[in-house]
Design a protein around this ligand. Structure first.
Ligand code: GDP
Ligand code: GDP
Length: 454
């Protein structure tokens, strides 16, 4: 399938840079020959032109680490996605769509000497709908004489056109300044975090045993002094060595401070829970296994999912567990926590320390899933087989086609599927189930977005 070929084998290496940071992503979009690659080279400060690439050959790399004025970002060059020369124009909108789905901001390049075409208008509509910040680059303005051509592009309704000569470097500084003004500090596609120990939130409703568990964990191994390289931490965060590695338990002050159980305190406790989850990469939700599960337990689990953090569910007070209670607990888990069957489960006792050592392997499994990236090639091979074996059910004689898919981000894994029509929710869940069966993802929420091509 041609559409699949478009992205086949192209791994959007957005994890470029290796560290825990999620750099903002800038996509360069525009028709062929407007000078996208030339501009990318200019931004990257490279002499050698990517332009020399043979037409019809897909470059296997589309994202590059870039820097301007001391700010780092990831640059996505859609020029490399052109797989065949015939019918390229029709592809531009599609490519822009994918790029926009992945980007935090977009540079839209127009050849000012040529002006705009229908394709440009189409891309502009798409860019507007996306709500992402867009900077308009009026390229090939090699001298002052061309500035009038650039001014015409105000009519696109994308704001100020920046006259640029990507070839000679004229105006690219102003363009980059304008880009940095609109580019967010960190990517919406991931969690920007400092390098260093992984961050854990220990959460759960009052009295499930959070402070007991924290004391147990801190007591188990010596508390690491606060001079580990690369750790800047809040005084309310606690650095704890577990399994021979340092971990940061975030917002522990809230756990240690005993608050009276008034309704007001409950409100603040739940705000604190949310804040802790936001600051963490992975959450351990403690549940009191010895008493009936409550709505509040389910809500905390849901907050972790909504925040897109990795998850471990720990059933505490197992020392109080008796054989009568056991079947009730299992039924509660089945009924109330069915949406997180993928989360590792650990039965523990903060009082005796029983199974506390099982928390670390569970945290590591969840984080590994949270970090997982499936290459576009593998993903589309998987989807191709799935769709062939289990096509989407017919709807009014029609059937939405899946064109291609890509993993837009990690932490947590987010997928975007491009289709010709809306997918039934049941079919979407089916895809998620199969994704999990095939690739694992134990302990991490995953999201699947569907983009319908008009
Ligand atoms: P892409 O297909 O959008 O990536 O465009 P390229 O970067 O491959 O550029 C297409 C052609 O336009 C090449 O021959 C470039 O040398 C030329 N070009 C790119 N930028 C400029 C510019 O600012 N001024 C002039 N005169 N030519 C340019
Ligand atoms: P928090 O409000 O979540 O921080 O809960 P605490 O750690 O203060 O624990 C609430 C109560 O449950 C205290 O009386 C603890 O001693 C008790 N508790 C905590 N963990 C366990 C456990 O594993 N077993 C038993 N039997 N009691 C526990």
């Amino acid at each position: 399938d041609d559409d699949l070929a478009l992205l086949h084998g192209v791994d959007l290496g957005l994890e470029e840079g290796g560290g825990a940071e999620a750099l903002p992503v800038l996509a360069v979009v525009g028709r062929p020959n407007v000078g996208k690659s030339t501009l990318v080279n200019r931004i990257l400060g490279r002499r050698e032109a990517v332009v020399e690439d043979k037409p019809g050959v897909t470059r296997d790399r589309v994202s590059y680490p870039a820097e301007w004025s001391g700010r780092r970002f990831t640059l996505v060059d859609t020029g490399g996605w052109e797989v065949d020369v015939a019918g390229i124009d029709a592809r531009v909108a599609e490519q822009a769509e994918v790029a926009v789905a992945l980007a935090d901001a977009v540079v839209f390049v127009v050849d000012a000497t040529v002006g705009t075409t229908d394709t440009d208008e189409q891309v502009v509509r798409l860019l507007r709908r996306s709500g992402k910040p867009v900077v308009l680059c009026a390229n090939k303005v090699d001298g002052p004489a061309g500035e009038a051509d650039a001014a015409v592009l105000w009519s696109l309704g994308l704001g100020e056109p920046f006259p640029v000569s990507a070839l000679h470097g004229r105006g690219t500084g102003d363009l980059l300044d304008a880009i940095l003004d609109v580019l967010p500090e960190k990517s919406a596609h991931g969690v920007a975090l400092p390098d260093g120990p992984r961050r854990v939130a220990l959460v759960g409703r009052p009295n499930v045993g959070k402070s007991s568990m924290l004391n147990k964990l801190v007591g188990a191994e010596r508390v690491v002094v606060d001079d580990t390289a690369g750790t800047t931490r809040d005084p309310v965060d606690e650095l704890v060595a577990l399994g021979g590695k340092p971990w940061v338990f975030v917002d522990t002050a809230g756990i240690r401070r005993r608050v009276h159980q008034t309704s007001g305190a409950d409100f603040y406790a739940s705000l604190r829970t949310q804040a802790a989850i936001e600051k963490a990469e992975v959450a351990i939700v403690l549940v009191d296994a010895s008493s009936p599960m409550t709505e509040q337990d389910v809500r905390v689990v849901q907050e972790v999912i909504d925040a897109g953090r990795a998850l471990v569910v720990a059933y505490n007070k197992w020392d109080l567990m008796d054989e009568d209670r056991r079947p009730y607990l299992e039924r509660e888990i089945e009924q109330e926590l069915v949406q997180v069957q993928w989360a590792p489960r650990v039965n523990v006792s903060a009082r005796t320390g029983w199974h506390a050592d099982r928390l670390v392997p569970a945290l590591e499994r969840s984080l590994e899933s949270w970090d997982t990236r499936i290459s576009t090639g593998r993903l589309n091979a998987f989807l191709g087989e799935l769709v062939a074996a289990h096509p989407h059910p017919l709807r009014g004689g029609k059937q939405p086609r899946i064109l291609f898919a890509t993993q837009a981000s990690t932490r947590p894994p987010r997928f975007v599927i491009f289709t010709t029509g809306f997918l039934d929710p049941g079919y979407r869940r089916f895809i998620e189930r199969r994704l999990r069966e095939t690739f694992g993802f134990e302990g991490t929420p995953i999201s699947i977005g569907v983009r319908v091509r008009e």
